[in-house]
Design a binder for this molecule. Structure first.
Ligand code: ZN
Length: 651
């Protein structure tokens, strides 16, 4: 299977594989199949949430794509195709990341020609409109840069709702919405529901009301289908707790009752034993500048047994790692518990998780549920793997690695080493160490998260080269540890600069922590030439001359970072961060940007889903689920619109 599928505009489309799906027990395969159907049925909801014209625009563009009888080989038609692909990718007319309106790349005249030479006989428009007026409206929406400008506006000097083009509010101003919800919140107790999470707020004449997204409410046609497949899934659930939470979720979809959603979330968090798990609902609130409304999303996944084993081994040996760390004894935990993080593979992505997808999940979002009942946190192995495999072919490694050996090491061990780093960071790093009594995390103020990430990364870097890791069977050879050191310094000193705009400094805390570690180690080892920069053909590279000395430097810095956290030493934190983590070496930055640009890589990626096919006995009882990876991007998008397009174009 090829990971890379295609590239257009600033997007690349990749494919993830679903490892060992064929080997899953039949019941689990069928369970996943039904859940995956439920995951695809809410697609239209998200499109409509993103903008009220999205479903109409999609229908118009797809009809042109299917029936246009003019020249389909022309440059203009390619621009049209790119625009359609971008709209598909963003689930609407706004860029998925910047939320700005996507430029069409063709003129109004060309749009007229596309419409004229397409066949509209079987095209359905809302009954009260005539075709000409309808098309004229769509034309303005996609071609006039002044309308529907930005999906989510966060500039505080404007009315955030009126200036945002999402479809969560109708005829309501920011002040009215805020007042409406603060009134509701004032009536809440200590276990408040997430008011407004599942509704459109609408003002009709002077009356403000919520149109709830539920069966027989708004989006009913799609929700009905989601319920249909969830009901089927219940029969194949792995255990009673799963059945219980699916039934609660169905209840919630039927009633729109947010208290039911909380009940469901609590049961969902409690269920830890099954292999298959899923998210399906109105979850994340990034699409609403007020952070109230949940966009519809779904993801279905199952436990990656091999990768989870790694995390379990680390957790079981957590005390050994704590006892042997280079940290001062007074800042070590007498009793440490490893976090047994779960590693999963996704089987399907839907709604706001498709095609652009997260690489980890941490839910539920309701703060009181998290505090009282905990949360589930997972990393998605097959998505990170697809990213890694893609990165091997894109030329980045060849451009920025200092030697052929380094490239070879990265290809052979880079993926495993990166995962081990993440495991050590998550399972042990964050949980290690002890803070002096009376010191709070607030002592380090704005430097806290950089220092904390630095600490967890150093813990991982220090231990990945420890013999214990080989003893435990986690690191196959010292070469794997070297690959991680190479990758870490290459990224911290060179490649992560590709994500910084010219003239800017580093702000994001993970990027700061990586540069802090890499720069500090470079400076600290300078006298002994532990790490060096060198030039070849006017290009800058990094070389590690002594891996063991570098490991000792990591240990040394870990000790100091732990002290800073444990004592809440704000001055030392500021000093380290400001000296090593923030400032960018300008000439080096310019050079890196130029080299990166020549590679012509797409900054954003998204994923195609596999195709599942349910096989049944003549009586209709399922007897197998087949999986295929042969669908291309356009076919998948058109099929989804065709098979899962349940909503009318106006809602
Ligand atoms: Zn972290």
């Amino acid at each position: 299977m090829n990971v890379f599928v295609e590239k257009f505009a600033d997007i690349k489309i990749l494919r993830y594989s679903v490892p060992e799906f064929e080997k899953l027990e039949l019941n689990k395969k069928i369970y996943i199949y039904y859940l995956s159907q439920a995951a695809l049925c809410g697609r239209d909801i998200l499109w409509d949430q993103n903008n009220r014209y999205n479903l109409a625009v999609r229908a118009v563009l797809e009809n042109i794509f299917k029936t246009y009888s003019g020249n389909r080989e022309s440059e203009m038609f390619s621009s049209f195709l790119v625009y359609l692909k971008r709209v598909w990718f963003s689930n609407g007319i706004h860029h998925h990341y910047s939320t700005e309106k996507i430029p069409t790349g063709f003129s109004e005249d060309y749009f007229d020609e596309l419409v004229d030479k397409s066949d509209w006989k079987s095209f359905k428009i809302p009954s009260e409109k005539n075709f000409t007026a309808f098309i004229a409206e769509i034309k303005v929406v996609i071609l006039n840069p002044e309308t529907e400008q930005k999906r989510v506006n966060l500039e505080a000097n404007k009315d955030l709702i009126l200036s945002s083009a999402n479809n969560y509010y109708q005829n309501v101003s920011q002040i009215e919405a805020e007042e409406y919800y603060s009134n509701l919140k004032s009536t809440a107790g200590t276990e408040p529901v997430s008011f407004g999470l599942n509704s459109t707020l609408v003002k009709e004449s002077t009356q403000i009301t919520e149109k709830v997204w539920k069966l027989n409410g708004k989006y009913s046609k799609a929700i009905e289908k989601v319920i249909f497949w969830l009901d089927k899934a219940v029969e194949y659930a792995e255990n009673e707790p799963q059945k219980k939470y699916i039934r609660l979720l169905v209840e919630y979809y039927k009633t729109g009752d947010l208290a039911k959603f909380d009940e469901y979330s609590i049961e969902w968090v409690k269920e830890q034993h099954g292999d298959v798990d899923f998210v399906n609902g109105f979850i994340e609130v990034y699409g609403d500048p007020l952070g109230i409304k949940g966009s519809w999303e779904s993801i279905v996944n199952y436990k990656d047994k091999e990768a989870t084993k790694r995390a379990v081994i680390l957790s079981e040996n957590a005390q050994w790692f704590e006892d042997h760390s280079p940290v001062s004894p007074e800042f070590k935990k007498a009793e440490v518990k490893g976090v047994s993080a779960k590693v999963i593979n996704v089987a399907i992505l839907g709604g706001d998780c498709y095609p652009a997808t997260p690489i980890g999940i941490n839910l539920p979002n309701a703060e009181w549920i998290r505090e009282k009942h905990g949360s589930k946190s997972v990393t998605i192995e097959n998505i990170t793997q697809a990213y890694f495999l893609d990165s091997l072919g894109n030329g980045m490694l060849e451009e920025f690695a200092g030697s052929a050996e380094e490239i070879e090491r990265a290809k052979q061990f880079g993926y495993l080493a990166g995962n081990l780093h993440t495991d050590l960071h998550e399972c042990l790093g964050h949980g290690s160490g002890k803070v002096r009594e009376g010191v709070s995390t607030e002592a380090l103020k704005n430097y806290y998260s950089t220092i904390e990430e630095t600490r967890a990364d150093l813990f991982a870097l220090y231990y990945i080269m420890d013999e214990k890791m080989m003893e435990l069977g986690l690191v196959p050879s010292i070469e794997a540890a070297k690959a991680e050191f190479d990758a870490y310094l290459r990224n911290g000193l060179l490649t992560q600069l590709t994500r910084i705009e010219p003239g800017k400094d580093i702000e994001e805390s993970h990027m700061r922590n990586r540069q802090l570690i890499a720069r500090w180690a470079y400076e600290a080892g300078k006298a002994e030439n532990v790490v060096e920069f060198f030039k070849k053909d006017c290009k800058t590279f990094v070389r590690i001359n002594d891996y063991l000395k570098l490991r000792n430097l990591f240990g040394h810095l870990l000790k100091e970072i732990q002290r800073i956290k444990s004592e809440g030493d704000f001055e030392a934190a500021r000093n380290l961060v400001e000296s090593y983590a923030v400032k960018v070496d300008r000439p080096l930055h310019d050079e890196i940007l130029l080299r990166f640009k020549k590679l012509d890589l797409a900054p954003y990626a998204g994923f195609l889903n596999p195709v599942y096919e349910l096989k049944t006995w003549p009586c209709g009882t399922p007897n197998d689920v087949l999986i295929r990876y042969d669908e291309d991007y356009t076919s998948q998008m058109l099929r989804y619109s065709n098979e899962y397009g349940f909503l009318p174009i106006e809602n």
